[in-house]
Write a protein that binds this ligand. Structure first.
Ligand code: CDP
Ligand code: MG
Length: 752
């Protein structure tokens, strides 16, 4: 399939510039406040509380509408609830029919693989069955999810089924958000959280059972957990491990745990799905999907629709276009258009599970989160453009990038399956049958084989897994990836020349942050600006800080401009936080300044958590006052690998790789009449161009001081070349030393 460049340019076409994209975004928020508001369901309790906290904020207005609608809609909700009681709903699930059989297999075996169609009840029921059977007497039941959204929404659902508040007996934990209590016995969490828990308690003693859910996803963290849990199971005969999968990788999982591990299959209850391939590949998958959706909607037959899109931007554009097209048609029946992606506020996420009022048809536009992790009932039509976003290490830019790829055949089959849960359905594939057969991979390449592994390396090193190359991976990462990641950690001084964890590295592991960010926090302590850097890191951990409502764009931009520190986006973020703090963390201040109150609240929470870790690590929190140059130096000390040199107006080139990168129009440095010679950036986002995201002006001398392995000040040409050669030599030396050390270790192990 013509992926990559050709497809990429099509994607960009929808938002010729940021203006276009923002318009789409605003439209989406507007939708959120109106149509979606009417889809409120039973579980609005928590949102109400949040809304009250945010009084005066933009979000409040949205939620307020929900509340108004809620009273109006309560009849529809109770009608739905009456249709089937929760008990009946639970007993209707395919897994219920095999409850006893499954439990006896689990009782008799330490590790069990459970395979079942999406929607058979694996995620929501297994934990409850174990709880009902008394497994929680000796410890918690942990259930890992590769996605945050899934962890949260499933925990809420299970809490509902148990008739309790989420956070009590059933809770969840995701990065920076722990919604559990001392009563919690069923804990849903991201796989990253359990991985971190292994650091503090290698045997995971507080758990009596662990369910590794969605194992077929083969997320990076799940894959590492596989290796670790295999050993934990060996050490703890009282621990039950259940691995669930929606597809048929079962045998591979079973072999991994020693071959005699049973695979239990939940007999499915699925309906036939007719698959319609496109005759020719869609020129533009967003347009094609919108057209198909409208055709289905006007076609008359009942049933909800599910459209897969690779990412948030495409989803927003798709939603906006469907709305647009329908509003231009006379007498089109009403349609509830609902987006779902990971950054969508959770109150809006909840809407996709609820019935649209008055029997209105729903169209859900989703990322591949809806492929297997979230079960949506009532879908009879699936539209599959055949693309998804994957994080892949890009050697050209020397870091991971989210890029659009064709899905695998396994994914395509999962997607079409979503149309057959409640009745016979139809899946429209916007690609040809030949493309499916000849150009799609059979299965998606596991994340561990395609991404940067710095975090994993750091974690395993601190778990005393020294010989990473012989760690028991289900599918080993390419050696080159591993060495690249080790090299990155070495430049950050987290590893020494023979690949051992340094003190800095040990400290870095304590923070649930990317290595570059945790290094920045550690350096800030020495530089006397940890108070400021803590704030910056927290601000970077939350997606959108500013908003631009439709019709008030100019005003919002003007407010934003007031915060801008001309030499740095990072300092701009710091400035926003400090002013908010001066205004007593007021939500009204946020609304007045077009700053997301909820996002800021989250920043404050993240900051408090990071601060706690610093206190535990006895790291001093000191402020540099108004000496913000120090902060820029500190940023430079971690981000020297992302340094760029001015080449033309707004155009930079990466100092190491020479690839061009541009200032984003939303950057504080853009159009300020000030173009520093050198900048460091947080990350590159690749749309039409390679844009630098979060940029700070730095001094060439700092770069030479902070990243001596990469850069030198050009006093003389000779010295620069000497430095460069030296850096190449150091890298070579380090690699060969590490390889030798690893060989040694293997030898020692073999002899033991
Ligand atoms: O994990 P699996 O795909 O096997 O199924 P599940 O997620 O346990 O879903 C079982 C049922 O719970 C489905 O009918 C879902 O519609 C329902 N569910 C829900 O209503 N709300 C959620 N947040 C999650 C599941
Ligand atoms: Mg599931």
């Amino acid at each position: 399939m013509a992926v990559g460049a050709a497809r990429g340019s099509k994607v960009v076409r929808h938002y010729r510039d940021t203006e276009d994209r923002k318009k789409a975004q605003d439209k989406h928020w507007e939708l959120a406040g109106t149509q979606m508001g009417s889809l409120i369901g039973v579980a609005a309790k928590n949102e109400d509380r949040e809304a009250a906290d945010d009084e005066g904020g933009e979000d409040f207005r949205g939620n307020h509408q929900f509340k108004d609608h809620m009273s109006g809609e309560s009849e529809a909700v109770s009608e739905f609830a009456m249709e089937k009681s929760i008990k009946e709903q639970r007993e209707y699930l395919p897994v219920f029919a095999v409850r006893q059989k499954l439990l006896s297999v689990i009782r008799e075996n330490q590790v069990t693989i459970v395979v079942g169609e999406t929607g058979s009840g694996k995620t929501t029921q297994l934990t409850q069955y174990l709880y009902e059977e008394g497994f929680t007497k000796s410890g918690m039941i942990g259930c890992t999810q590769p996605r945050r959204v899934a962890a949260m929404s499933v925990a809420k659902r299970v809490a509902d089924e148990m008739g309790i508040e989420v956070g009590q007996e059933c809770g969840y934990a995701i990065r920076f958000e722990d919604c559990t209590s001392e009563n919690t016995v069923i804990k849903y969490m991201t796989d990253g959280i359990l991985l971190r828990e292994c650091l503090g308690d290698g045997d995971l003693d507080q758990y009596s059972a662990i369910i590794m859910d969605e194992a077929h996803e083969r997320s990076l963290n799940t894959d590492v957990l596989f290796g670790l849990l295999r050993d934990v199971v060996g050490r703890r005969s009282d621990l039950k491990l259940i691995v669930t999968s929606a597809t048929m990788d079962a045998e591979k999982f079973s072999l991994f745990f020693g071959g005699s591990t049973p695979c239990f299959t939940i007999p499915g209850r699925t309906f036939p799905v007719e698959i319609m391939h496109a005759k020719t590949a869609a020129e533009d998958y967003v347009d094609a999907a919108v057209k198909q959706a409208i055709t289905i909607h006007l076609g008359g037959s009942d049933g909800d629709m599910l459209i897969f899109m690779p990412g948030q931007e495409d989803i927003e554009v798709t939603c906006a276009l469907i709305k647009d097209k329908l509003s231009g048609l006379d007498e089109a029946p009403p349609l509830a258009v609902l987006p779902i992606y990971s950054q969508l506020p959770s109150d809006l996420q909840a809407k996709i599970f609820q019935r649209a009022p008055g029997g209105m048809r729903k169209v859900i536009v989703a990322t591949n989160i809806a492929e297997t992790s979230l079960t949506l009932d009532g879908i009879l039509f699936v539209i599959d453009p055949g693309y998804c976003k994957l994080k892949v290490y890009n050697p050209r830019i020397g870091m991971d990038a989210l890029q659009i790829f064709p899905v695998s055949q396994a994914s395509a089959n999962q997607r079409s399956g979503r149309a057959g849960r409640t009745g016979p359905g139809i899946c429209y594939r916007l690609y040809t049958e030949r493309q499916y057969k000849d150009e799609m991979l059979r299965a998606t390449v596991p994340e561990i084989q395609r991404t940067n592994l710095a975090n994993v390396v750091l974690l395993l090193k601190s778990l005393a897994v020294d010989d990473l190359l012989s760690f028991h991976f289900m599918d080993a990462p390419p050696q080159e990836n591993m060495l690249n990641s080790m090299f990155q950690l070495w430049t950050l001084k987290a590893l020494d020349n023979i690949g051992r964890l340094t003190d800095v590295g040990r400290k870095m592991v304590e923070f649930p942050l990317d290595p570059t960010l945790s290094k920045m926090v550690i350096t800030a302590v020495d530089m006397g600006c940890s108070d400021e850097v803590l704030t910056i890191v927290s601000m970077l951990s939350v997606p959108a800080i500013f908003f631009r409502p439709k019709g008030r764009e100019d005003e919002a931009d003007a407010r934003k401009e007031k915060f801008q520190v001309p030499e740095s986006d990072h300092l701009t973020l710091l400035n926003v936080y400090l002013q908010w703090r001066t205004h007593k963390y007021s939500a009204k201040w946020c609304a007045d300044n077009y700053v997301h109150a909820k996002a800021m609240k989250k920043v404050r929470e993240v900051r408090a958590q990071l601060k706690e870790i610093m206190a535990e690590q006895k790291m001093a929190i000191t402020s540099c006052g108004t000496e913000w140059d120090v902060v820029r130096q500190c940023i430079c000390s971690s981000y020297f690998h992302n340094a760029a040199r001015l080449k033309g107006i707004g155009e930079y080139v990466n100092v190491r790789t020479g690839i061009p990168c541009f200032l984003h129009p939303t950057s504080a440095l853009f159009g300020m009449g000030f173009m520093p010679d050198y900048v460091c950036y947080h990350e590159l986002i690749m749309t039409a161009k390679e844009y630098m995201q979060n940029v700070t002006a730095v001094d060439a001398v700092w770069l030479a001081e902070q990243g001596p392995m990469f850069y030198s000040v050009k006093e003389t040409r000779g010295s620069a070349i000497a430095k460069r050669l030296e850096s190449v030599r150091t890298l070579d030396e380090m690699e060969s030393e590490m390889k030798m050390a690893q060989k040694e270790m293997k030898k020692v192990k073999a002899e033991q």
